[in-house]
Design a protein around this ligand. Structure first.
Ligand code: ZN
Length: 195
């Protein structure tokens, strides 16, 4: 197993909706690496785009529940709650309080193709919503409103992009000659390139 580098904003892979894991595709290695990475960096959840892979997979380990889901379908219910707040490995150094449904269930499959269902309230519900959002290219800071939203935007603008993220952004914007690029796993390889 391998600890993978975690992509951070403004890496475009975080803003690219992930593709469904095709039937029969073996993602056991990916899930093992993502789980090891999540534990190594002290996260409670990690979605494949956060390690540069544009597939609908996430792993989690929070509030006594742990697992992974391929092609999750999310259903929420209950009153929206702002506590206890959220952070994100891909948006380092920030913590805010997006409103999240108090109950959530995801249904999908495991790496063996068997159906799985995870149901939770509180932190687990928040985590399931946060990770499913990642697969749609949505970050938790998008879910903020009011003063928190303004402050988050200000602080994100002030952050210096990491060199790798700058390189990807430059390629996306057509500023880098194609000879400079190389193939990378994940969403960036899909037709049309990063969005
Ligand atoms: Zn996150």
């Amino acid at each position: 197993m391998t600890v993978l580098p975690v992509r951070t904003v403004p890496d475009p892979v975080l803003r690219t909706p992930a593709a469904a894991v095709p039937d029969g595709q073996d993602v056991r290695g990916l899930v093992a690496d993502m789980t090891e990475t999540m534990h190594a960096v002290g996260g409670v959840g990690l979605a494949a785009p956060q390690v540069g892979v544009g597939l609908r997979v996430f792993v989690f380990d929070v509030a006594g529940a742990a697992g992974h889901v391929l092609n999750p379908v999310l259903e929420t219910s209950g009153a929206p709650l702002r506590e206890p707040g959220e952070g994100c490995l891909s948006v380092p150094g920030l913590r805010y309080h997006p409103a999240r449904a108090s109950e959530a269930v995801v249904r999908g499959t495991d790496v063996e193709g068997r159906p799985v269902e995870y149901r939770g309230t509180g932190l687990l519900a928040r985590c399931l919503q946060h990770e499913t959002d990642h697969l749609d290219g949505v970050l938790y800071v998008d879910r903020l409103d009011g003063e928190e939203r303004r402050e988050a935007r200000r602080r994100l603008r002030a952050q210096t992009p990491e060199p790798e993220a700058r390189r990807i952004a430059a390629r996306r914007d057509g500023l880098v000659d194609s000879a400079f690029t190389r193939r990378r796993p994940g969403a960036s390889d899909r037709p049309g390139g990063p969005r």
